[in-house]
Design a protein around this ligand. Structure first.
Ligand code: NAD
Length: 366
């Protein structure tokens, strides 16, 4: 089959990790007889330097016509002096909005081989961590009415509004239930329904949607308890469904308990199959150009792309298995390094994953 993939390398370590990922996808294409057409477009700081804006029109056009978008990272200190709407990071919000990507999917997996990287006690992570945060991405308090006003007696005050429509909750809840069906069939809805009216509406809509998924178990948890349970007993979670702001906070917490930011992929999805796939880390200016960046988060994001946008499940599984095997053989980039393991750089880690892929494919064809 033939697929069009828009690629945005971005800034800092973005080009380094994207390069290893494109080579890995080419390997998959050769092995499974697919043609991936990569359309390289600009966004972020490099787009500001070359085109005068963080998200050129052409980038949006190419992305919206593609089957999927693969992004490295954007931003860096050289653009920090710019005003908010001109900064490289503005490209991310612009892309999400332009492509209608309302669901952010962040799996947080603690690989058995990386148990020692988790800041949690070994008895807590003994059974591993494998959860997936489904965060609403284009609504809630980050997009609600906001402003400043002068209060009669208290002086100046500022406000931000959390608002969710039934439709917005329905579509993200469906995404969570669909994903749960491909996993352990459990959804934990996280809200603050004991205090917030928007959470009460959110919860009632989630319960309605759950009726269409009788094979999936639905539970509810208040966000304050969820923050505690994630470090106390992360193994209890399968799919975590939550709002934009709660998801922002909880997905960072979930990623941290698995050890390294360099390992975690993400997907942003909308109504159509088109999705944007990117590692959760930033452009890491402190290690840019040093062949030190861990490319696995981006390679694993490409595996999500194969599964969720291109419908290539066995290809996605092959990439994930290759990553697991490389880790089990003891290879580590600096961010996940521990005593007795072999330290490798960005390029070598990419090569090892591709070598492992070839090995896996040979064995499965034998
Ligand atoms: P960061 O994620 O870039 O780096 C945080 C720390 O993690 C650094 O020490 C870095 O070296 C390390 N790190 C990150 N990715 C790594 C990898 N793949 N392998 C090994 N180590 C890795 O976060 P930051 O320093 O807060 O931000 C740097 C820039 O990135 C800023 O301009 C920020 O706005 C931007 N940013 C972009 C995105 C994005 O593009 N989605 C996300 C977060 C931050």
């Amino acid at each position: 089959m033939e697929f069009n993939i828009a690629t945005i390398a971005g800034d800092g370590i973005g080009p380094e990790v994207v390069e290893e990922t494109l080579l890995t996808l080419e390997e998959i294409g050769n092995a499974y007889n697919h043609k991936f057409n990569f359309h390289k477009v600009l966004a972020g700081g490099v787009a500001i330097d070359e085109k005068g804006e963080p998200l050129p029109k052409e980038t949006i056009e190419v992305c919206s016509k593609s089957d999927a978008v693969l992004l490295g990272a954007v931003g860096g200190p050289q653009w920090d002096h710019l005003a908010g709407d001109q900064r490289p990071e503005r490209a991310l919000l612009g892309l999400r909005q332009a492509l209608g990507l309302y669901a952010n999917i962040r799996p947080a997996i603690l690989y058995t081989a990386l148990k020692e990287s988790s800041p949690l006690r070994s008895d807590i992570v003994d059974e591993g961590i494998d959860l997936c945060v489904v965060r609403e991405l284009t609504g809630g308090i980050y997009f609600g009415d906001r402003g400043r006003r002068v209060h009669e007696t208290m002086g100046e005050e500022a406000y931000d509004t959390e608002a969710y429509s039934v439709g917005e909750v329905q579509r993200i809840a469906k995404t969570a239930f669909e994903i749960a069906r491909t996993r352990n069939k459990k959804v934990m809805n996280i809200d603050k329904a004991n205090v917030l009216e928007s959470s009460r509406l959110w919860r009632s809509v989630v319960m309605e949607i759950a009726k269409d998924y009788p094979d999936v178990t639905l539970d509810h948890m208040y966000v304050d308890n969820a923050a505690m349970q994630l470090v106390k007993n992360p193994g209890q979670f399968d799919v975590v469904l939550t709002t934009n702001m709660f998801g922002d906070i909880l997905s960072d917490e979930a990623s941290m308990i698995t050890g390294s930011i360099g390992m975690l992929p993400s997907a942003s999805l909308g109504e159509t199959g088109l999705g944007m796939y990117e590692p959760i880390h930033g452009s890491a200016p402190d290690i840019t150009g040093e062949n030190k960046a861990n490319p696995l988060a981006t390679i694993l994001s490409a595996a999500m792309m194969l599964r969720l946008s291109l419908n290539l499940e066995k290809e996605a599984e092959a990439v994930e298995k290759a990553v697991t095997n490389v880790l089990e053989k003891g290879y580590r980039t600096a961010d996940i390094m521990s005593v007795g393991m072999e330290l490798v750089g960005t390029k070598q880690m990419g090569d090892l994953v591709r070598k492992e892929l070839c090995q896996l494919l040979k064995t499965s064809n034998a």
